[in-house]
Unconditional design. Structure first.
Length: 340
């Protein structure tokens, strides 16, 4: 009898500590939270092993384990969910907090956070054009982006390489590489730092570099839409291609500071189609202000698991372009992306 009581006590303690995740369709999975990975909650089910569950499909999460939630340095405990909001309390505060699960970027067992948990994901996009006959054209574009997250810090590394030639003219290469570091200070606020380097001969830039830093704010993020904004300062260093005929206004290089404002918006449309739009405005601090605008607008749709089609329109505008260069550029592209 004594052994039975001890065994029953162990089983009761285990069941009390086990977590439960409830889905919008009413399904319930016992187990425990592994981590948050982008738009998915990774859940280790007692019966089905590790499951990747879209955040928008989750109705409730119950867990007795101390958790790390971005914006708090101490361990937090979930109480329940109200609509899409996590309701929790952290050890360093008596205040009950509410944060949208779709907005939260860091959610993992606190013990894993103390060990330095790590995760990553990425995207590879390829598109091109080839024609012979009345038109001779070769154009190829490769883009990649990888994201690495460790506790409250997110590292993003990306790059682009494009080669274009028309009518057997010498090919022109356009490229850039970029790195950014985001530090999530609270539920909605984060501090960003960015580094960009590249070359764009078609716009008269032999090389360019940019350093930026500032604050970001996530206004909202749910299953339908998301909106965030970044604002801060940027340092610009540009080297220009010398034209055949040099005018008095030509300068071989330019170096200046600028104010930066950027927004990022997405919206989920019917039939699994997603709309996205992001833009960036740079306003120099010189006596004769120079401003630039860059926007990217498009649609994406999943073809197969991890494979997406994407139609995108990029637009650039510079109010003071280089001699012989136009102030505006527009590019439309249709490509295939692989995401992991």
């Amino acid at each position: 009898m004594k052994h039975f009581v001890i065994l029953f006590g162990w089983l009761f303690a285990f069941s009390a500590q086990a977590g439960v995740i409830e889905l919008a369709n009413g399904d319930r999975l016992e187990g425990e939270l592994v981590r948050l990975d982008g738009e998915h909650v990774v859940w280790k089910s007692s019966n089905f092993g590790e499951q990747w569950i879209t955040k928008a499909k989750i109705r409730n999460i119950q867990s007795e384990r101390p958790l790390k939630i971005n914006g708090s340095k101490s361990a937090c405990r979930l109480q329940n969910m109200e609509s899409e909001n996590l309701v929790y309390q952290c050890e360093n505060s008596s205040r009950i907090r509410r944060s949208s699960l779709l907005t939260v970027k860091t959610l993992m067992p606190y013990e894993e956070y103390k060990k330095g948990a790590f995760m990553h994901r990425g995207r590879l996009n390829l598109w091109g054009a080839y024609s012979r006959g009345n038109e001779v054209r070769d154009e190829w574009n490769l883009q990649t982006e990888m994201e690495f997250r460790r506790s409250d810090f997110r590292h993003i590394v990306g790059g682009e390489f494009a080669r274009a030639s028309w009518n057997h003219a010498p090919a022109q290469d356009r490229w850039n590489s970029r790195y950014s570091l985001d530090w999530f200070l609270a539920d909605h606020w984060f501090w960003y730092n960015s580094l960009l380097a590249g070359a764009d001969p078609q716009r008269g830039m032999d090389s360019y570099r940019s350093l930026g830093s500032g604050a970001g704010y996530q206004f909202f993020e749910n299953q339908k839409s998301a909106l965030s904004v970044k604002t801060g300062a940027a340092y610009m260093d540009e080297q220009y291609i010398v034209p055949q005929h040099i005018s008095d206004e030509f300068a071989a290089e330019d170096e200046f500071m600028a104010f930066r404002l950027a927004t990022d918006f997405r919206y989920a449309m019917p039939w699994g189609v997603g709309f996205f739009h992001n833009n960036e405005v740079l306003q120099s601090t010189e006596d004769k202000p120079n401003w630039r605008l860059k926007t990217s607008t498009g649609l994406s749709s999943m073809i197969l698991k991890r494979i997406y089609s994407e139609f995108k329109v990029d637009y650039w505008r510079d109010n003071e372009p280089q001699p012989t260069r136009k102030s505006a550029d527009t590019r439309m592209s249709l490509g295939v992306s692989y995401k992991w």
